[in-house]
Design a protein. Structure first.
Length: 416
């Protein structure tokens, strides 16, 4: 099985797919799957642009809308996680995972799926210690605070992944695991990206949550993006433990290392994306404590009952099969001939895929739960007191690496 891995997509699906098709033609092989490590930007229409946390000058439709509308079909099965530049309103519809477009699958805020006999896990978003222990309190339309916090990794999703016991072959995270630079040529990285040196020395470069998962899951392969550079590392787990090959990739730009192709031993194809039994069991157990306000999830009250839940899910999958529910459009797609939408908020569409998925697991739909509305709107004073408001306490926040990189490139241009 040949799997292509891409760093930050930034909505440029056309270029990535054409590059892979060129590689196939040049080298005479077939690519079975594309994985994307975040900043996918599944923007369906101009309203989605309003939930995309990027400077306004970078808010553009790019090419995903053509795949959402059916004008184009992804030539490869594609699996992606979320980063920090996403149409967060759409990804919230698919919190548990699902088809963002035909043949393009979102892994969810956290998730595990199977592709053939290859097991792929991932964690969306980036780590921010101020918001890590909060619940998923954000709802569209987002304000200046929640448009940023909505993509911050939460303890609840990490703890779900920490329950995974069966081997994971590939894991995806947007930001790098904290401390991963210890296992690669970090001096060379600093020569290319000198503004990383301080964070490496202070051990603040990367995600503490991802580091925890790396130590627990020990996958053979781990891929990340976010920092817009290529960096490889080899992690030895204990003296005689397994190895994890880590690779971070760049964003999709000419001359940048944004793609990697690897070949894995696997069962014969054809392959398709399927639900993972263990992950469904974990999802079913954890849904009773899903934190939908700012309040932290009460993990101590959870009765795991692993084997009973596994058997229940196994029986359901035998009855229905493991193929994900079909893609359904939930909003009007962008029309280039009718651009200029006001971007007004049109409510909380329930994605039929998510509804069917929850019905399959006999779980209630709670993503649009607004019963504690007081937890969803705050005064600036209360936000500052709680520590969740970005009050300029970070001179250069890591999730603004795009702007930081632009400044560095401007300096380089002036010096040359």
């Amino acid at each position: 099985m040949r799997i292509a891995v891409e760093g930050c997509m930034h909505g440029d699906l056309d270029t990535v797919y054409k590059t892979l098709q060129y590689a196939e033609k040049k080298h005479g092989f077939k690519i079975d799957l594309l994985l994307c490590c975040g900043d996918f930007q599944a923007v369906r229409n101009e309203e989605d642009l309003e939930s995309l946390n990027v400077p306004r000058k970078y808010r553009s439709m790019n090419s995903f809308w053509k795949y959402y509308s059916g004008e184009e079909l992804a030539p490869y099965p594609t699996i992606f996680i979320g980063g920090n530049h996403e149409a967060s309103n759409y990804l919230w519809e698919l919190y548990y995972g699902g088809w963002a477009a035909p043949n393009i699958y979102f892994l969810g805020f956290a998730g595990v799926v199977k592709f053939g006999n290859i097991r792929i896990g991932g964690l969306s978003g980036i780590y921010n210690s101020r918001n890590y222990y909060l619940g998923h309190h954000e709802r569209p339309p987002y304000n200046e605070s929640t448009i940023r916090s909505v993509y911050h990794v939460r303890e609840y999703d990490v703890q779900k992944l920490m329950q995974v016991e069966e081997p994971v072959d590939i894991f995806l995270s947007h930001d790098w695991p904290l401390g991963i630079t210890d296992y690669g040529k970090w001096e060379e990285l600093v020569r290319r990206k000198p503004y990383f040196k301080k964070e490496i020395q202070e051990r603040t470069l990367g995600s503490a949550a991802a580091a925890q998962l790396l130590e627990k899951l020990k996958p053979p392969y781990w891929f990340s993006a976010h920092l817009h550079c290529k960096f490889a590392a080899l992690v030895q787990h204990g003296e005689v433990g397994p190895l994890t090959k880590f690779l971070a990739l760049d964003k999709c730009l000419p001359g940048r290392p944004f793609l990697q192709i690897l070949e894995l031993e696997s069962e014969p194809g054809p392959y398709e994306i399927q639900y993972d039994e263990e992950w469904l069991a974990i999802t079913r157990r954890f849904n009773s404590i899903f934190p939908l306000t700012r309040k932290r999830a009460n993990l101590g009250t959870l009765d795991l009952q692993k084997e009973d839940c596994h058997q229940w899910v196994r029986n359901r999958l035998q009855e229905r099969g493991a193929k994900p529910f079909e893609f359904v459009q939930t909003v009007p797609c962008y029309n280039p001939s009718q651009s200029g939408s006001s971007g007004s908020f049109s409510g909380y569409p329930r994605n039929p895929q998510t509804e069917s998925f929850l019905q399959f697991l006999e779980l209630p739909y709670i993503l649009d739960n607004m019963s504690e509305a007081k937890d969803l709107s705050y005064s600036p004073a209360s936000l500052l007191q709680s520590g969740s408001f970005d009050d300029n306490s970070e001179a250069i926040p890591i999730d603004d690496v795009d702007e930081l990189e632009e400044l560095a490139e401007e300096v380089d241009d002036e010096e040359t």
